[in-house]
Structures are given as C-alpha cells and as structure tokens.
Design a protein around this ligand. Structure first.
Ligand code: GLN
Length: 498
C-alpha cells in the first residue's frame, strides 16, 4: 500500500513500519505497472535508487539524525543534471548524454537523503504546455489518458498523480510547474526567482527559469522546498538570504486577518465556467477561514504573454547556441572533409524539434540589430510595468490569487498545430515569472462540466514565499473537510488504484 503523502511516509519510516528500500521498491513496482500507459519517466534508475535507499536505511539503523524527507522517493525533471544519469531535456540533441556533474538541486536532494527514482518527461528544453513537444513521445494525464498532463513538466506532475512518486522536481519559466499541477490535481510551487539554484538546470530563459517543488500536498511541497532552496555561490542570481519559513507556514495555515487580492484581469472571459465556479467557491472558503477578500487590478498583465514570447525566445536563442555539435550531445554528418558549419547546421536541424526551432528563429529575429529596441527593448519595458502592477497590488493585499489556467486538461493533439492557442494556456502563470515572485498551484476541485481538476493559483511577493503556503494550507484544509478525502482518491483511472 503506497501511503498518500510524503509526510506520512516519513512518519512510517521513522516509526520503523517500513524501510526506504521497501518504499522505493513499491514505487518502482508501481512505475513498472502503470508507466507504459502514463509515460511519465524517460529513465528509471532502479539500481541507483535502491542503493541510495539502502544507505539511508543503514544510516537510520545507526541512529544518525536524518532530515524530514530522508528515504522518500522522488521523480526528477529531465532538465536537471544528475551525475552519470542520462539527461536529455526532452531533446534528441542530448540523447545519450550523461552529465559529469550534479546540479545543486540534486546535490541538495542527495544530502537530504531523498531517493531519486529517475528522470521525467518534458517538452523539449521546457518549451511547451502539454509535454507533446518531447522528442520521446507525450506523457498522458492519469485522470484521462487521452488528455495532456500539462507542460513542460508533465512527466513530474503525472508521476505524482499516478502515485509513481510522492515528490517531484519541476522548473517553471512561464508556468511549467503550476500548469501541470493544475491539470493533474497536484500541488506545484515556483519559488521566488533566485530562491533555488539554477546551477545544473539546462537553461531555457535564464532570467525566468526557476526550479521548484511538486507534490500531492501543500506540506510535502513545503518540506521539499526547504530541502532544495538556499544560497548557491555557483548561481550568480541566487539570493543570499535565509530561506522563507515555508514548512512552518504550511503547518500553520492560519489566514485570519490576511488580505487576499483577486486579480480582476485573471478571472474573466476566456476562463472555463467550471474553472471560475470552483475558484469562486474557494474564495468563499478562505473568507470563512478568516481572510479578507479584496479585488485588485493589474492592467498591464494584458501584455504579459506578448512580452514573454519575445523575452523567452530571445534568451533561448542565445542559450541554445551552445548545442553546436562540437562539445557534447548529438553530432551528425562529421565525415572527413565536412566543414564545422555544415556539421552544426545538420546537427541542429536534426537535433531540435519544431517548437524549439520556432523559438530560436523568433528570438534571433527579436534580438537582431534594427529590431532589438522595437521588440526585445519594448518587452523589457513591459516587464517593468508588470512588476510595478504587482508592487501596487501588494500594497492592497498580502497575496494575490487567480485560477492557475483558463481551462482543464485538453485532449492530446487538440492544440499541437496551433502555437498561439497553446501559448494562451499560460496567460495566468506568466506574470509571476516576469516579476520574479513566488507562485503556487493547488487543486480546488473538479470542473462540473468535465470532472477534471482545477488549479487555484496563489502569488506572493519576492522572498515572502511563506505567505502562499499559509493560504495554500488553509484552502487545502477547508477543501479536505468538505470532500472528506483528497481529490486524487477520486481520480478515475490511475490515481485511486493502488
Ligand atoms: N508553456 C510556457 C512555454 O512554452 C512555459 C514553459 C515553462 O515554464 N518552461 O514557454
């Protein structure tokens, strides 16, 4: 029997009811039985995971003091380097590459004694909202296998929803932690930019990328947040300040007297009716728990998506220039006499998928001399306006809230030929990245029209991440009291079956 939360598993480990090796084996068995259908994993490291689990068990039996998540299995998004373990970022460009080093997130996971089960599927180089852009085939949503699990971190979210892992790591550049969490009925947090090190995170858009914790409960997410966060001299944008007290906040969940600001621009036309009604009901629950609900306006959010699709592709065109067929990864057409340029051209043509090429072309254009000011320069100005909108809104409220996504999970294939429709998924998540603040998505029920999970987004000011955990824990507790059981136990296909 796989227990529901990492926190409960941790108590079972500490109480000697189960060993980490047994817990890890249970999850490996679960992966073996469901992952042919879900396809959450690109690589499962059974041997490494069991060895890590055995060493935690040994440390425990020696009486060593262990962290709160020691011995708990985790699924790692394939955009994070882990020494000696295949790391592809969902691209053919890196097929077979085994990094010679651990990312700081992995170093922190290992020192917390967290057991890494394997690498999860994702949109190529984290570009997408459905995991359909993976070069290794799509991941399926455990709630309905014909639907997308969100993206780019669809593999991590699906692994949680299918009970293949109780913890996962995601990365969020424009919503890739929160949107998959929303459509799979799981919890995902994008910490304040700079809160978690980017060292060893394969870069997409460096000024926006941020790694964060994913789990099935707010408390588990907080425990994982504390395990991975903190200053890292290897990341020049890492914040040198104490990690916000997120676990304490998740345990408290006291929102009495807190002001919660509903962002007017993120809850209107274009949002599915059932998404809006679940969102409104959650606001009522928070009001009942003692919070004051106010409305705030962020007029410049209207331009966030357009500005994001200039900034992110611009940075990606620069970051992805390193895949030049010379240093590592794929190399095609290097028979003798071939010029370096032709090898690079051929390799990049074969190695990158359509969406990645689209973004490189867009970004290169936006950065070209003559267009730089009109495109990239204007987008940066919009970014400042969005930050100012947030600053103003946070003078009226402690946290801001909205639905995480305009709709529930759509069908695989439904939007793959319409990039603009795909981009619109991130309309409510992108402003958070633009301003570098914190964002959480937690499940707030099923939309009545399709019985699929709806996500509730909470945004907190930079380095005030504890505030979103306070509100998240309060809402989670109120919803649990209403439902009587966690949402995932209602999942029709994979989630309930254990
Ligand atoms: N869906 C957005 C995009 O395609 C965000 C991706 C992300 O957060 N990595 O760029």
């Amino acid at each position: 029997m796989i227990k529901k939360s990492a926190h409960e598993m941790s108590q079972a480990l500490a109480g000697g009811e189960i060993t980490s090796v047994q817990l890890t084996q249970q999850h490996l068995n679960r992966i073996a039985s469901v992952d042919t259908d879900v396809h959450a994993f690109l690589h499962v490291d059974a041997e490494g995971a069991l060895a890590q689990a055995a060493s935690i068990d040994a440390a425990r039996s020696r009486g060593e003091k262990l962290g709160p998540l020691a011995g708990i299995p985790l699924a790692l998004k394939d955009v994070m380097t882990q020494k000696g373990i295949p790391t592809t970022a969902g691209s053919k460009m890196l097929e077979g590459w085994r990094p010679p080093y651990d990312s700081t997130v992995v170093t922190n996971l290992k020192s917390a004694g967290i057991v890494i089960l394997g690498k999860t599927n994702m949109d190529e180089f984290a570009m997408g909202s459905s995991t359909e852009n993976s070069a290794y085939g799509p991941t399926h949503n455990p709630w309905d296998l014909s639907r997308i699990p969100g993206g780019s971190g669809g593999g991590s979210a699906a692994a949680l929803a299918a009970f293949e892992a109780p913890l996962a790591i995601g990365t969020d550049t424009g919503g890739s932690i929160r949107q998959p969490a929303a459509v799979t009925g799981t919890v995902g947090v994008k910490p304040t930019y700079g809160g978690v090190s980017r060292y060893g995170l394969i870069a997409f858009s460096s000024s926006l990328d941020q790694a964060g914790p994913c789990a099935r409960t707010v408390l588990d997410t907080a425990l994982l947040h504390e395990a991975i966060a903190g200053h890292d001299p290897r990341d020049s944008t890492s914040i040198n300040a104490p990690v916000p007290a997120v676990v304490q906040a998740a345990k408290s969940g006291d929102v009495k007297g807190m002001k919660i600001g509903v962002v007017k621009e993120l809850n209107g036309d274009g949002y599915q009716a059932g998404v809006r009604s679940r969102f409104e009901e959650s606001l009522e629950l928070l009001a009942k728990a003692g919070a004051e609900i106010v409305e705030v306006s962020c007029p410049n959010f209207e331009y966030a998506l357009a500005a994001y699709y200039l900034i992110a592709p611009s940075e990606c065109s620069s970051n992805l220039a390193r895949f030049d067929a010379m240093r590592y990864g794929l190399r095609v057409g290097d028979e003798s006499g071939a010029s370096a340029e032709s090898v690079m051209n051929l390799t990049r043509d074969i190695g990158f998928g359509r969406e990645v090429k689209r973004r490189i072309i867009l970004g290169t254009y936006a950065l070209s001399s003559g267009y730089y000011d009109a495109y990239y320069g204007s987008a940066q100005k919009v970014r400042t306006l969005i930050t100012q909108d947030f600053e103003k809104a946070f003078t009226h409220a402690d946290v801001l809230v909205s639905p995480t996504c305009p709709t529930t999970a759509f069908k695989i294939g439904e939007k793959s030929n319409d990039p603009l429709a795909m981009y619109l998924n991130d309309i409510a998540t992108i402003p958070v990245n633009m301003a570098g603040i914190g964002g959480m998505s937690l499940p707030c029920g099923l939309a009545p029209e399709d019985s699929l999970p709806v996500g509730f987004q909470i945004m907190s000011p930079a380095m005030q991440d504890q505030r979103m955990y306070l509100v998240g824990a309060a809402l989670e507790a109120a919803l649990l009291a209403q439902w009587g059981a966690p949402l995932l136990s209602q999942a029709p296909v994979m989630g309930g079956a254990q």
